[in-house]
Structure formats: structure tokens, C-alpha cells
Design a protein around this ligand. Structure first.
Ligand SMILES: Nc1nc2c(ncn2[C@@H]2O[C@H](COP(=O)(O)OP(=O)(O)OP(=O)(O)O)[C@@H](O)[C@H]2O)c(=O)[nH]1
Ligand SMILES: [Mg+2]
Length: 206
């Protein structure tokens, strides 16, 4: 059985991006979700992609030949928000711990993901907080504990993505730890065409 899973959230509508699904949009010659999967692959044994059923063919195509096995966790209902997507993905993970990451974080760092798994051991989650915000879509969770907490929060009509955390014994990975074990660009997400252009520029400089 695999030990570490990455749950990639891709069920959103990319409204800030336009009429295309940003998950599979081209970023410097590679579909964005492929970049994310390739970058987390060294830190995990398997990937679960959460999305709507209609997205699966294009995402599957984008991930052909990925270095880790990929399975899909389909939303039963679309547009219920990232918290619902997280619950669906984490239920499918099948490992004690899973790294949850948004499909639009193409600079995610495997070494930092490793560090998050280490920090989560013995707890329910390790959640980075590089500034005032918790990076809940770039965090390691005890899969069933977080799925339960997300479902309870949804049930309670809670929309804040941090709400499920308060049911958990979670470790905060603060800015000092982020600097010591990674780089802030691991959290960078691409929402608009401008974000893509900016990311492409920096990828070309490397
Ligand atoms: N399953 C599921 N995932 C979602 C939903 N909304 C957002 N997500 C995912 O959560 C992550 C963060 O969301 P956003 O950056 O807002 O992405 P988005 O909603 O597709 O984009 P916008 O429409 O521009 O907000 C992304 O990886 C999305 O795919 C949803 O309703 N269901
Ligand atoms: Mg959104």
C-alpha cells in the first residue's frame, strides 16, 4: 500500500482565468496540473485528482506517463467549494496522511512537502502559515480526520476553508520554518492570464 498520497484539487471553474480550465491550460509548454504532479511526485507514492466527471478525459490526457499512479475522485455534486473537494479527495486517498494541493500551484516544492509530512506525524495536520493566512490547500492532513472535519463544517454551513482545522490537532508551520525548509514560491498560485504570463516568464529564466 502506498504511504503518502497527494490530493490535487481541480474541481473549480477557473472563472478568473476565462473560458478554459486552468488545470489543463498550457504553462510554458506543459499543462499546469502536469507540472504540479511532476513536482510533488518525488514526495508521494500516489496522486488522487479531485474534479468534476467532465474534466477527467482532459486531465487524464495531461497526466499520461506521470511518475506516480494517478486515480480520480469525482465530485458527486459540482461547485460545492474546495472544502467539499478536499473531503472527496481525502476519502479516496487510502493512506493515513495526504498532502492536499491546489492544481494551480506550479512551484510546489517536494522537499517542503516531505517536511510537512514529517511535521504532521503524531498530529492530524501540518498547515503552513507563511503570513496571516493558513495555506490550507498546501498542507498535510490525517486523511479521515480532515475529511470528517470538512464534512462537519459543510454540514454546519461553514464556508471558511480554515473552519475544519479547529476540529483537528494541527501543527502550524510558520514563516521561519518555511524559510528554513522551503521557499515562499511553493505557495504561489495562478488564477489569471496575467498570473500565467508572470509564471511563464520566471520559468523561462530558470
Ligand atoms: N471540487 C471542487 N474544487 C474546487 C471548487 N472550487 C475551487 N476548487 C478547487 O480549489 C482550488 C482553489 O480554488 P481557486 O483558486 O478559487 O480555483 P477556481 O475556483 O477554479 O478559480 P476561480 O473561479 O477563478 O475562483 C483549485 O484547485 C480549485 O480547482 C469546487 O467548487 N469544487
Ligand atoms: Mg474559486
Amino acid at each position: 500500500m502506498s504511504e503518502r498520497t497527494a490530493v490535487v484539487l481541480a474541481g473549480g471553474r477557473s472563472t478568473r482565468f476565462g473560458d478554459e480550465d486552468k488545470a489543463v491550460a498550457d504553462l510554458a509548454g506543459t499543462p499546469m496540473i502536469r507540472r504540479v504532479v511532476d513536482r510533488v511526485a518525488p514526495a508521494v507514492d500516489a496522486v488522487v485528482v479531485n474534479c468534476r466527471p467532465a474534466q477527467i478525459p482532459a486531465i487524464r490526457e495531461a497526466l499520461v506517463g506521470a511518475a506516480v499512479p494517478v486515480t480520480f475522485a469525482e465530485d458527486d455534486y459540482p461547485d460545492e467549494g474546495p472544502m467539499a473537494g478536499m473531503a472527496t479527495g481525502l476519502r479516496t486517498a487510502g493512506t493515513e496522511f495526504a498532502f492536499v494541493v491546489a492544481c494551480d500551484m506550479p512551484f510546489v516544492e517536494a522537499d517542503f512537502v516531505d517536511y510537512l509530512f514529517e511535521r504532521a506525524a503524531g498530529h492530524d495536520a501540518a498547515v503552513p502559515r507563511p503570513d496571516q493566512w493558513f495555506e490550507t490547500t498546501h498542507a498535510v492532513y490525517r486523511a479521515t480526520a480532515m475529511a470528517d472535519a470538512c464534512e462537519a463544517a459543510l454540514e454546519a454551513g461553514e464556508e471558511r476553508i480554515v473552519a475544519p482545522l479547529f476540529d483537528l490537532d494541527f501543527v502550524v508551520v510558520d514563516d521561519t520554518e518555511v524559510r528554513e525548509h522551503g521557499h515562499r514560491h511553493t505557495f504561489e498560485n495562478c488564477n489569471t492570464r496575467e498570473d500565467f504570463a508572470d509564471a511563464e516568464r520566471r520559468l523561462a529564466e530558470r
